[in-house]
Design a protein around this ligand. Structure first.
Ligand code: TEU
Length: 623
């Protein structure tokens, strides 16, 4: 792999999406404008200024297309129409305009591994074995066991429990679905199918002015074509995990390269793909290397899967993890692009996971909740890569209350896992699944956004039945309250996001070096500007640094990931400060402004930094 990142990656010449802050909107739960209990696009438009003021550059809108909502729109029945409760195609046009008018961009969610069973393509495909679209989906004949019973073509377990195959009476074959039976997988081996996907989905929306896509399940388009049984790893089940049969298959790079060249590159569209089950940097780099011309960046999921009992069967059997493990994962995915032409992403929430403050922080008291949400913010904004925030993260939205029962969980995955546990009849398994769901369920991030302290939290009108229940804590945790409060999580995010931009050479583009890898309370690392970036930056007009500094520009980020007081690191020695050299506090979660006059904020002549309060975070710099 050549070294384009460093050769061409001069500060100021990087593509726009590298230092952009992306913000994911989950349409059902952001803002309801018409009182039906579902969020909608006009509601989102009414809040664009809120996002603009926060410092968001790009809105990523989760699926809004026509859909029977078996999986909240990740089952599309028509790519060119909008699900009526969300609005119309004209509303999307208005949203594009609202973003562009403010210098922001809009990306849509591209779900093209599968469609809904209600999609016209699938209706045709299932109509007869000789329909021209028969091979746009994956159909296989039945097998029969020793007793003559019909069994699916393979023993694979799908993501939502149960088999990956559903029998179709009409044509007497099974079709493949990695997710719900309502989500049949498209057959990317068919060239006509691929062409239809490019034209029907990508070109259609790019022509209307959207700026790119978050691409769902991007590494599952090329399946292994043998269709053989997976090894039995769960002897108690008829269905076995088999991700190696469909992740990163033999033609995946060919397909993605083709998709980019034919449908994305002609429009200059940005792409961020969801890359599950790909835990080795050597597997990830080919997807994100600039020279390979596949994806601009991907989401790698090792960090966000922490605490899950693994994929498939044991997913919701919660397994505690150590800070050491978390830090090793973060360091791995921060550094894997160094010296390459690849790029990475930074995120700790999305619509498929529990809330970060409840999982990685501490929401047990109001003080710890506030402190840990800010420290998680400082962690995110100081890391290398394109930053993705999820709606509500900026106000520290928490998991659903532990007192809520299974009836409040609406997600197809949660319900499938719960039903599977219930069917086992084992009280221990049911309790364990429920405990896992309380921490990890996808539902937690999907409840209505908490805008204010009015009934229904300002998400919709008073008295309206919302599609998911509003969090009990909305009177304490809401955006309006935090807009007014300079010490709020929201105010901290605003400052922190601006700081990330001011010092993007360090935070967005800098190199990452983990410190104190084994410490179970302190998460600390150095961010450093690569020398060649520094040199080129000094030749650019309007640079923020007046003269070439005598040494490397460095920041040390120190985060107390614990609820007890801890000693700070020896900041001066980490930053290489000699006698008169100063280490300065650039930002801290307990201070309102970037400051140079708070006691302990400038460390000279061997001075040590004060201890860290529970969940306190600070950044010191050597300039
Ligand atoms: O998710 C795919 C995926 O690999 C997982 O992260 C997913 O959350 C699931 O929990 C696996 O057990 C994408 C979407 O983000 C998700 O919402 C959809 O349900 C899924 O694809 C199917 O379209």
């Amino acid at each position: 792999m050549n070294n384009l990142h460093h050769e061409n990656g001069q500060f100021g010449k990087e593509p726009w999406w590298k230092d952009a802050t992306f913000y994911q909107v989950y349409p059902a739960s952001f803002k309801d404008s018409n009182g039906d209990g579902w969020g909608d696009i006009p509601g989102l438009i009414s809040k664009i200024d809120y996002l603009h003021e926060l410092g968001v550059d790009v809105v990523w809108l989760s699926p809004v297309f026509e859909s029977p909502q078996a999986d909240m729109g990740y089952d599309v029945s028509n790519y060119q129409e909008i699900y009526a409760p969300y609005g119309t195609v004209n509303d999307v046009d208005a949203l594009v305009e609202a973003c562009h008018n403010r210098g922001m961009k809009l990306i849509l969610d591209l779900v093209v591994n599968h469609t809904s069973i209600e999609h016209g393509w699938f209706k045709e495909s299932r109509s007869s074995k000789d329909n021209p679209k028969r091979d746009w989906y994956i159909w296989k004949p039945a097998r029969y066991d020793a007793q003559g019973q019909r069994i699916p073509p393979t023993n694979w377990r799908g993501y939502f429990a149960g088999p990956t195959w559903t029998w179709d009476e009409h044509t007497q074959e099974y079709y493949l679905h990695l997710y719900a039976p309502e989500q049949p997988d498209l057959n990317w081996e068919s060239e006509a199918c691929r062409e239809a996907i490019y034209d029907n989905t990508m070109r259609f929306w790019l022509e209307r002015g959207v700026d790119g896509f978050r691409i769902d399940t991007v590494n599952k388009y090329s399946k292994r074509t043998e269709y053989v049984d997976a090894p039995i790893t769960d002897p108690n089940s008829a269905h076995q995990p088999a991700p190696e049969m469909w992740c990163n298959g033999p033609r995946i790079h060919e397909f993605i390269h083709e998709m980019r060249n034919k449908a994305l590159a002609p429009y200059g569209a940005v792409s961020v793909g969801e890359l599950s089950n790909t835990p080795h940097p050597s597997q990830v780099l080919p997807y994100v290397s600039a020279a390979a011309q596949e994806l601009d960046m991907v989401f790698e999921f090792s960090m966000i899967r922490l605490g899950t009992g693994g994929m498939f069967g044991p997913k919701y059997a919660y397994v505690p993890y150590t800070l050491q493990t978390m830090k090793a994962i973060v360091a791995k995915w921060q550094t894997f692009i160094e010296g390459t032409d690849g790029w990475t992403t930074v995120f700790c929430e999305n619509h498929d996971n529990g809330r970060a403050v409840s999982r990685f922080g501490d929401d047990s008291t109001p003080e710890l909740w506030r402190a840990s949400a800010k420290t998680l913010a400082l962690w995110q904004i100081t890391m290398t890569g394109s930053l993705f925030l999820y709606q509500g993260q900026e106000i520290g939205m928490k998991n659903m209350p532990a007192t809520w029962g299974i009836d409040e969980y609406k997600d197809v995955e949660s319900i499938s896992f719960y039903n599977e546990a219930a069917a086992s009849g084992e009280p221990k398994k049911i309790a364990q699944t429920m405990e896992g769901l309380r921490i990890l369920a996808r539902d937690h991030s999907r409840i209505p956004f908490q805008w204010d302290d009015s009934p229904n939290a300002g998400f919709t009108d008073e008295g309206v039945k919302t599609w998911m229940r509003v969090h009990d804590a909305y009177k304490d945790i809401n955006a309006t309250k935090q807009v007014k409060d300079p010490n709020s999580i929201l105010s901290f995010y605003k400052r922190a996001l601006r700081l990330r931009k001011t010092y993007k050479d360090l935070f967005v583009f800098g190199s990452f070096r983990l410190l104190e890898a084994e410490d179970e309370a302190i998460f600390a690392y150095v961010k450093e500007v690569p020398r060649e970036v520094l040199d080129s930056q000094l030749q650019t007009n309007g640079n923020i640094y007046q003269k070439r500094p005598p040494k490397k520009r460095m920041a040390v980020v120190i985060l107390n990931f614990s609820s007890s007081k801890r000693d700070c690191l020896d900041v001066r020695s980490v930053l290489g400060c000699g006698g008169e050299d100063e280490a300065k506090l650039l930002v801290g979660t307990r201070y309102n402004e970037i400051h140079g006059n708070v006691e302990g904020s400038i460390l000279r002549n061997g001075a040590v930094a004060p201890s860290l309060e529970p969940w306190e975070g600070r950044v010191y710099v050597n300039f």
